[in-house]
Design a binder for this molecule. Structure first.
Ligand code: SIN
Length: 298
């Protein structure tokens, strides 16, 4: 029997009574899946998972993605993206060092954006007894429902472009600015033309209907949305800024304070998330992420 404890006002729940290292019985899996979709973000504490076990558990939800940044995939487990600030013996990054710099939904730039992501924490930075490197999540469904009627009407039927290229240039610019301020030096892998071709821009509705819960949510994010289609650049900018500011109002946000052994899953069709870079080496952070393919946004 699983126990589900809701933490945030609109999202976020701890699920206990489950050992994810073992195959879950079908009825337990069904309870976990329901609790996950009901709460949009769900986490399990004190898990001890090998890469195989994480892959096996998340694969129950669907087909696993392999991230376009292949240098950051775990060797022998290409479905696992390493998210980490650690370096190997030659000083090379062993994972993606700046995933989640901006509010985003995973792989929203794909024709079939990711349904869910599962992040398993192996090492968590702690300074003076305080855990650093939180991840924040914002419910785009609760945010949509709370919009004024005239804004709902304004965005109804509008589309936006999600672009990996847009994200790359925005991220590289942010890295430069961070370094100029004396911040972290990020190792940036140059993507080949083939890698870039594999992620062409996509047009999706701003208001998306969730494929499972059928709730409507806002499918725009500051990392990947390059512009709104069919309006002037100024209007696109104005509307996007308004929507971004609305989604991350405190009442729609749950912030997770990590412990080693957490497996946390989020619903990419219902939430956006953002990492906090308030730590640096020698404080270590190491996470393994799996991502399940979803369906085209409608
Ligand atoms: C991500 O954006 O998937 C990573 C979030 C994190 O490392 O906190």
């Amino acid at each position: 029997m699983i126990t589900v404890n809701r933490i945030g006002k609109h999202l976020g729940a701890e699920i206990s009574g489950v050992d994810l290292s073992k195959p879950l019985a079908d009825d337990t899996f069904a309870q976990v899946a329901k609790a996950f979709f009901d709460n949009e973000v769900a986490f399990f504490r004190h898990q001890k998972l090998t890469p195989e076990q994480q892959v096996a558990f998340t694969r129950r939800f669907g087909v696993l993605e392999q991230h376009v940044r292949k240098e950051s995939r775990l060797k022998d487990h290409p479905e696992i993206l390493i998210i980490s600030n650690l370096l190997d013996e030659n000083g090379n990054a062993i994972g993606s060092q700046d995933a989640g710099r901006f509010w985003h939904s995973d792989l929203s730039y794909k024709k079939e954006p990711s349904m869910l992501s599962a992040l398993y924490s192996l090492e968590v930075p702690v300074k003076d007894g305080r855990v650093l490197g939180d991840t924040s999540f914002a419910s785009t469904t609760a945010a949509y429902e709370a919009l004024p009627a005239e804004t709902k009407q304004r965005i109804d039927g509008l589309k936006n472009v999600h672009s990996y290229r847009f994200y790359r240039s925005k991220n590289i610019e942010a890295q430069k600015q961070e370094q100029a301020r004396g911040g972290r030096v990020i190792q940036e892998h140059v993507l080949t033309d083939d890698q870039l071709k594999s992620v062409p821009d996509v047009e999706t509705p701003i208001v998306r209907t969730h494929p499972v819960t059928k709730r409507k949510g806002l499918f725009v994010n500051e990392a990947h949305t390059s512009h709104i289609v069919g309006v002037s650049p100024e209007e696109s900018e104005r509307l996007l800024s308004e929507l971004y500011a609305h989604v991350i109002k405190p009442e729609f946000v749950y912030t997770h304070h990590w412990q080693p052994g957490d497996l946390l899953m989020w619903d990419n069709a219902a939430v956006q998330h953002k990492a906090t870079f308030d730590y640096d080496l020698p404080l270590r952070r190491l996470m393994h992420r799996t991502t399940v393919r979803g369906t085209a946004a409608v």
